[in-house]
Design a protein around this ligand. Structure first.
Ligand code: COI
Length: 356
C-alpha cells in the first residue's frame, strides 16, 4: 500500500471546452503522479504534484539509450457520473512484462492500481462526458541515472499523466486508409516488438511519414524476416473477417498483446464467432479481397478503440474493403466495447474498475 503525498495545484487550469474536439494527446490535467526508484530502496516517495516540467540531468540515460516504457489506458464518465477504468489489470500486467524485457524494476500490481486510481480521482473533473471522449491515462517510466555508459539505470521515475481525449484518428469512426509497409520493419521476434517501449514507436516513424505523404493514416507492418505476414499497425492490432471467420495475427513475439485485441477476441468467441489467431500473409489478404471473401477489416487499440479500415495499399496494389464503409461486426464490437466502458452494457467479470 502506497502512502501517497499530495501537493495540490494553486491555480487550477480551466477545464477544456467540450465544444471543441479534444484533439488526442494535446491537453493535460492539473496533476501528475510521480514515484522514484533507487537501487537498494525500491520504489519510493509516491506523490501527486501539479502537472509541469521535470528537471532532469542532460546525461540521464533515457535521453541516450531510450530505456523507457509506457502504457495507455482510459477512464470514462458514465451517465450516472461514475468513473470507470477498462481492464487496468491487463495494462499493469503488460507494463511489468515490458519492465522485465528492458531491465526496469517491476512495480507491485496493487501499488500500480492504487496510483492509477489516486491520480484519476484527484483530477476526476477532467474526465469528459461527451460521446466518444474519455480521459487517456499515460503511465511511463524513464531511466534517470546521469551516465553515458550502456547498462540498465539504477534510478528511475514512474510518472502518470492524464489527457482528456476525443477520437485518436481525425476520421473518428469513419474507415481509415492503411499502408502496408514493405521496405521498413517495426520489430522482429526476440526484439522489443511485444513490449510497450518508446523504441518501437521511433522505429515506425519513417514509414509513417511515407504513408502520410501518400494520404494513408497508418502503417500496417509485415513480419521482419520474410516480409510476408501481417503483424500490427503500431497504434493498433489488426483484425480481418474472411468468409465469416475472424482472423488476427497470432502473438509471435513481435506483436503488441493489445488489451482491446484480447477483449475483441473474447467478445467474438462469446458470440459464437470463430476466431483464428494465426499467420496471415498479405497475399492471402489481397486474394480474399479480390474474390470477395474479405468482408471487414478493423484495428483495435486503447487510443483507437475499434477503427474500421476502408482501404489497404501495398505497393501498386490497392483494395477497398467491401463497400469502404463500416462493417456490421466492427460496428457491433465498437458499440459493445464502448458500451462496457461507459457502464451501459454489462461487463464480463473483472473488466471494469470503478474509481471511488
Ligand atoms: C494506445 O492505444 O494507448 C497506444 O499506446 C497507442 C499510442 C500510439 C497512442
Amino acid at each position: 500500500m502506497l502512502n501517497i503525498r499530495v501537493e495540490k495545484i494553486q491555480n487550477p487550469k480551466p477545464l477544456p471546452s467540450q465544444d471543441n474536439p479534444l484533439t488526442f494527446g494535446t491537453i493535460f490535467s492539473d496533476h501528475m503522479f510521480i514515484m522514484d526508484y533507487e537501487i537498494g530502496k525500491g520504489w519510493i516517495d509516491p506523490r501527486i504534484v501539479p502537472y509541469g516540467p521535470l528537471e532532469l540531468d542532460p546525461s540521464c540515460m533515457v535521453f541516450h539509450y531510450g530505456q523507457e516504457m509506457f502504457e495507455g489506458l482510459k477512464a470514462y464518465r458514465t451517465e450516472d457520473n461514475r468513473i470507470l477504468m477498462f481492464r487496468p489489470d491487463k495494462n499493469i500486467e503488460r507494463a511489468n512484462k515490458t519492465n522485465e524485457r528492458i531491465c526496469i524494476p517491476t512495480i507491485d500490481e496493487d501499488d500500480f492500481l492504487q496510483a492509477l486510481k489516486a491520480i484519476v480521482k484527484m483530477d476526476e473533473s477532467w474526465v469528459p462526458d461527451k460521446p466518444g471522449t474519455s480521459l487517456y491515462i499515460r503511465p511511463f517510466i524513464i531511466a534517470t541515472d546521469p551516465f553515458l555508459g550502456v547498462r540498465p539505470s539504477n534510478t528511475y521515475k514512474f510518472i502518470i499523466i492524464l489527457s482528456p481525449v476525443g477520437a485518436y484518428y481525425p476520421e473518428g469512426l469513419n474507415p481509415v486508409k492503411i499502408w502496408i509497409e514493405d521496405e521498413y520493419v517495426r520489430a522482429v521476434a526476440g526484439g522489443l516488438g511485444e513490449a510497450k517501449a518508446g523504441a518501437n514507436y521511433v522505429a515506425s516513424l519513417k514509414a509513417q511519414v511515407k504513408a502520410h505523404d501518400e494520404g494513408y493514416s497508418q502503417v500496417l507492418w509485415l513480419d521482419g524476416v520474410e516480409r510476408k505476414y501481417i503483424e500490427e499497425v503500431g497504434a493498433m492490432n489488426i483484425f480481418f473477417k474472411i468468409n465469416g471467420v475472424v482472423v488476427t495475427p497470432q502473438l509471435n513475439g513481435s506483436i503488441l498483446p493489445g488489451v482491446t485485441r484480447r477483449s475483441c477476441i473474447e467478445l467474438c468467441k462469446s458470440w459464437g464467432i470463430t476466431v483464428e489467431e494465426r499467420k496471415i500473409s498479405a497475399e492471402e489478404l489481397f486474394t480474399a479481397a479480390e474474390d470477395g471473401s474479405l468482408e471487414e477489416v478493423w484495428g483495435t487499440g486503447t487510443a483507437a478503440v475499434i477503427s474500421p479500415v476502408g482501404h489497404l495499399r501495398k505497393g501498386d496494389q490497392v483494395v477497398q474493403i467491401a463497400d469502404g464503409g463500416i462493417g456490421s461486426l466492427s460496428q457491433k464490437l465498437y458499440d459493445t466495447v464502448t458500451g462496457i466502458q461507459l457502464g451501459k452494457v454489462e461487463a464480463p467479470e473483472g473488466w471494469i474498475e470503478e474509481v471511488i
